[in-house]
Design a protein around this ligand. Structure first.
Ligand code: 5GP
Length: 124
């Protein structure tokens, strides 16, 4: 099946502007693959957003188009961030919203890392 419903990347979305340094963020981690920063409206004591440096609209876009190297770099960065923030033993949740039904607000692929308290078991 060919996916044709991924919208074009909007260069002016808020995370693209954060990547370009046009809007400030509270940086948590950076390497060649990702930038991670604190969510402006945290839903948990630790609420980070991890974004790839390259322009992908959503998980759908990233999983279809990113190279194996990028996917590995992104995935390993999330693990490294969780380790650096000391939440591996206590636990954490990864969330990514993709597309309209998920409520995705910002059209640049991002993974939320939520930690620091017992999280509700709710899947929408
Ligand atoms: P989504 O609903 O797209 O999965 O999540 C977008 C997230 O980005 C929300 O949790 C929202 O609080 C966060 N956010 C939106 N604008 C900004 C911003 O300018 N700076 C930061 N740090 N977070 C933002």
């Amino acid at each position: 099946m060919t996916e044709t419903s991924i919208p074009a990347y909007d260069d002016n979305n808020i995370f693209a502007r954060i990547l370009r340094g046009e809007i400030p963020c509270r940086k948590a981690f950076e390497n060649e693959w990702v930038l991670a920063f604190h969510d402006i409206n945290p839903k948990a004591p630790l609420h980070l957003l991890v974004i790839p440096k390259k322009p992908y609209v959503s998980f759908a876009d990233f999983s279809a188009k990113a190279s194996s190297e990028e996917i590995e770099g992104f995935t390993r960065a999330i693990g490294q961030i969780a380790t650096e923030f000391g939440v591996v033993a206590s636990g954490y949740r990864l969330v990514t919203n993709a597309g309209p039904d998920s409520g995705q607000e910002v059209p640049h692929y991002h993974v939320h890392i939520l930690a620091g308290r017992a999280l509700n078991v709710s899947f929408g």
